[in-house]
Design a protein around this ligand. Structure first.
Ligand SMILES: Nc1ncnc2c1ncn2[C@@H]1O[C@H](COP(=O)(O)OP(=O)(O)O)[C@@H](O)[C@H]1O
Ligand SMILES: [Mg+2]
Length: 254
């Protein structure tokens, strides 16, 4: 099967300025020549400590950030240069980010985003109803989002991310800051998306979650891939995924 995401020697440097009048130029290599692929229908995990390069990688995959080197292909197109063929067919949710309007109901939020994608009214209303059911917001659909719990807001973000019926959904730490029930509901939604054949790429540093959800994963440490494969591959001889993970990553010194 053809890979739906193909990354080869992908690299991203950031140039920052420090010191007096910001005269000292410093290059931070956030992602250092990483290679991996994702097959259609997989739930794929990007794991790693804070600062490992997860968000930088996801931003390049979603066409929001240009690579410094290597190739980054999504749905067969280059994420830099051919983004117009990719954007209508993907979507992304960044954890913690406020991607919804608090002064609108869930339904009106989804209508707004559906209109941005040019959905026709009839198709739009049906799609919205289906998505509201999937994320279990049907009963709260006409209340203002400002009355929602954190878990409900995060489910609304997922609903927003599904409005264009994307082939690939990217999620950057989707369960961060959620209580156990909220995180559980979110994982259920991800499992349902998987059953329905969607490709999901998510980042997390919650290892049981990665083990439960991901078909395959890569572990990033300081911008480099230190392990990749199925949770069982990565676990190897270790008792738990966590034990294997701890032996692979180091604490980043500020
Ligand atoms: N806009 C930026 N400018 C400079 N450095 C950045 C920028 N964004 C991220 N970095 C640095 O790149 C590295 C990777 O960051 P990031 O991709 O956000 O990691 P993660 O999502 O795994 O926590 C970190 O050292 C971070 O400080
Ligand atoms: Mg991040």
């Amino acid at each position: 099967m053809e890979a739906i995401i193909q990354v080869e020697n992908l690299r991203r440097d950031y140039i920052t300025h420090r010191g007096f009048l910001h005269r000292n130029k410093e290059v931070v290599s956030a992602v250092r020549d990483i290679s991996f692929y994702v097959q259609p229908g997989e739930v794929f995990g990007l794991l790693g400590q804070n600062g490992a390069g997860k968000t930088t990688t996801i931003k390049m995959l979603t066409t929001l950030l240009a690579p410094t080197g290597g190739t980054c292909k999504v749905l067969g197109f280059n994420t830099f240069g051919e983004e117009k063929y990719i954007r209508p067919r993907i979507n992304f949710i960044f954890g913690g980010e406020m991607g919804v309007y608090r002064r609108l109901s869930a339904r009106d939020n989804l209508r707004y985003f559906a209109n941005l994608y040019g959905l026709k009214p009839r198709e739009r209303e049906q799609r919205i109803q289906d998505i509201l059911e999937l994320v279990e917001l049907r009963d709260a659909a006409d209340r203002l989002a400002e009355t929602y719990s954190k878990g409900m807001v995060q489910r609304l973000q997922i609903a927003r991310g599904l409005i264009n019926n994307p082939d690939i959904l990217f999620m950057d730490e989707p369960t961060v800051g959620l209580d156990p029930l909220g995180a559980h509901m979110l994982r259920d939604i991800i499992r349902t998306l998987h059953r329905e054949g969607k490709t999901v790429l998510l980042t997390t540093h919650y290892l049981p979650e990665a083990e439960e959800l991901c078909n395959r994963m890569v572990i990033l440490n300081q911008g480099r891939i230190v392990a990749q494969g199925t949770p069982a591959d990565i676990k190897g001889e270790a008792a738990t995924l966590e034990e294997a993970y701890i032996s692979l990553v180091q604490e980043v010194k500020p």
